[in-house]
Design a protein around this ligand. Structure first.
Ligand code: GLU
Length: 295
């Protein structure tokens, strides 16, 4: 198998320290495996995309020495592929149109919560639209044992999620006419031949959905590794939304050193003086850490 990894930032603002940690971890894992590292700009969420942010992220990655092995892929240019994937699922009746509004779902979940039952989408439109206009497309998740998805995360260990109980039938095409992240990410990773996904642990909860969707589409499931997320002083995940500042491109070694520390990489007592020294020490330290974690 030829290793192919990727970093998939959403251009909702400049690259910040939290996303640098994911970028670095995915880059190091690819290098430690002598594999390829790709970048995909996840710009399908029109309302959240900030003009110019993607170009800014790509420039910052370059300035930090994180060079991709192939030209970047832009999700906004791949809409036809998402449509094809939806049509493939429509042909096998694995998806259905949903007419529920957010309020209707929230109300029924509140009701379910009061009865102390499931908080997953209740499947209202599984049996038809009940006279409502179609708003979104949902993927039907299996019932019974088949709903339980397990995977072995290379950092976090064995994981289990019951899709029926914890998620419910999930959205692939949103009511606002946007493709859902879950569909785009699975189609893109499969088309790019991604074998290893390394990303932040905030996406752990999406992984079972993505594995199930891979099975529905008949594509391979990659290996997963979710690194600990960076939090702010309130314990919230660092994000562009809660004020994470852009990285200083003039001092890449400072931020890279801090990112390596966050990942628990031991780079020795002398801080590397050049980007080249940093990456060779960090790649060796990553390989060592992975060996320890796997044993
Ligand atoms: N675009 C997502 C983000 O920036 C990452 C998606 C992924 O790595 O699967 O959080």
């Amino acid at each position: 198998m030829t290793y192919r990894g990727r970093f998939a930032p959403s251009p909702t603002g400049p690259l910040h320290f939290g996303s640098l940690v994911s970028a670095l971890a995915s880059w190091l894992d690819a290098r430690a495996h002598r594999g390829a590292w790709l970048v995909r700009i996840e710009d399908i969420d029109g309302p959240r995309t900030v003009p110019g942010a993607a170009e800014d992220i790509l420039t910052t990655l370059e300035r930090f020495g994180l060079h991709a092995d192939e030209p970047p892929v832009w999700q906004s240019q791949r809409m036809a592929r998402y449509q094809q994937a939806l049509e493939q699922l429509q042909a096998t009746c694995l998806v259905y149109p949903c007419g529920c509004t957010r309020k209707e779902i929230a109300d029924s979940l509140l009701h379910a919560h009061a009865r102390n039952t499931t908080l997953a989408y209740p499947g209202t439109c599984r049996t038809g639209l009940h006279g409502k206009p179609a708003r979104a497309w949902r993927l039907r998740v299996p019932d019974g044992d088949a709903a339980v998805i397990t995977f072995d995360d290379r950092w976090q260990g064995p994981q289990t999620q019951n899709l029926a109980a914890e998620v419910g039938d999930f959205v692939l095409r949103r009511a606002d006419d946007q493709w859902a992240y879950q569909l785009a990410v699975v189609v893109d990773d499969a088309d790019a031949g991604i074998t290893h996904i390394v990303r932040g642990a905030d996406l752990m909860d999406s992984t079972a959905r993505q594995i199930y969707l891979q099975r529905c589409l008949g594509v391979a499931t990659p290996e997963y590794l979710h690194v600990p997320v960076v939090t702010n002083e309130h314990g919230e995940k660092l994000s562009k939304q809660n004020g994470a500042t852009a990285l200083d491109c003039d001092k890449p070694l400072d931020a890279l050193g801090a990112a390596a520390l966050h990942l628990g990489l031991d780079l020795g007592s002398e801080p590397p003086a050049t980007l080249e020294n940093f990456y060779s020490a960090a790649t060796a330290a990553w390989a060592k850490l992975m060996k320890i974690r796997a044993s």
